[in-house]
Design a protein around this ligand. Structure first.
Ligand code: ATP
Length: 303
């Protein structure tokens, strides 16, 4: 049997997502505070004659929209890493997916980060941290954060990440939506609506101060997502989801990234499970409980 390596990477949420006006290169400058939460994809790699990818769900996650060809970001990550080292090796990549797909929680980015770390170990490539972060940034704006995890301030298009102090253990009720949302479509709607309000600076500071003190009410008051208005404009059904979370008694609601997943901040684990049960009884599917911050991409098995 050939050697295999399994690496785990977490989902992300954006406690603050400040989005500036679109740049000439088509990207939007971001001022964001990421948090890694306890929903994970596990990626297992083994040497193979050709690149391949296989995906299996964890729990109720719908994996039907995940591509199984070379467009899968895990294969793109593998190709970029081998090109960087000038080697002609290939791997079979298996993904166990616990992060809802196209949900605004960067599941694909998690797979890319996990693949980079797994292949680096499998082939003992000893890629430096700086090179790994640079390759990650080339794959996508959220991939560097998936590598480092925890809680971090993100700038540039989100790829420049700096860890920040976070002294809380925060609990989230996570409400995915069966119908995923295209990130570019949400940004287009954001551009069309146009806005003079771009969060950053003092908004970021408010989130960082709440995290540093561990104050739940302050964090509840500081959560904000500039894309939320545009996303709710595209998908009115999400207003129903947000109202359901509010009625169930969460302290604050927040759209995750570009959506459609909605998050509710709650006081503790028991409260999170109570609210999850209330939402399930009210007919909401696939509701999850998660905590953060959690570690970034890390090795879990070596066979
Ligand atoms: P983003 O905000 O980065 O656009 P997301 O968090 O909303 O993404 P992802 O689960 O990363 O959503 O998937 C976005 C799209 O990327 C999917 O609809 C799918 O077509 C494509 N994709 C490519 N590779 C993967 C992968 N390994 N896992 C999930 N989706 C993938």
């Amino acid at each position: 049997m050939s050697r295999s390596i399994t690496v785990r990477a977490p989902a992300k949420i954006n406690l603050l997502l400040g989005v500036g006006p679109v740049r000439d290169d088509g990207f939007h400058p971001l001022d964001t505070v990421y948090q890694a939460i306890s929903l994970y994809d596990d990626v297992t790699v083994a040497e193979s004659a050709a690149w391949s990818v296989d995906v299996e769900p964890i729990g109720d996650v719908d994996v039907s929209e995940v591509p199984l060809d070379d467009s899968n970001i895990a294969i793109r990550a593998g190709k970029l890493l081998t090109a960087h080292h000038g080697i002609g090796r290939h791997a079979a990549i298996g993904i166990s997916k616990g992060i809802p797909v196209a949900g605004g929680m960067a599941g694909g980015s998690a797979d890319a980060a996990a693949t980079l770390v797994a292949l680096d170990r499998l082939w003992d490539l000893q890629t430096t941290d700086d090179d790994l972060l640079a390759i990650a940034a080339e794959l996508g704006s959220d991939v560097p954060f998936a590598l480092i995890g925890g809680t971090a301030h993100g700038t540039g298009r989100g790829e420049l990440v700096e860890p920040v102090a976070d002294h809380g253990t925060w609990w989230w009720v996570v409400v995915p939506n069966v119908e995923g949302m295209s990130t570019p479509a949400v940004y287009r709607a954001f551009d069309e609506v146009g806005s003079d309000e771009h969060s950053g600076g003092s908004d970021t500071l408010a989130v960082r101060t709440a995290l540093e003190s561990g104050d739940l009410d302050d964090l509840a008051a500081a959560l904000h997502n500039d894309l939320q208005g545009a996303a709710l404009g595209l998908r009115r059904d999400l207003v129903v989801t947000e109202n359901a979370l509010r009625q169930a008694g969460v302290l604050a609601t927040l759209l995750s990234g570009s959506g459609p997943t909605f998050l509710g901040l709650v006081a503790d684990q028991d409260r999170a499970h109570q609210i999850r049960e209330a939402l399930v009884e009210a007919g909401h599917d696939g509701v999850l409980v998660a905590t953060g911050p959690v570690a970034g991409t890390h090795l879990v098995d070596y066979v």
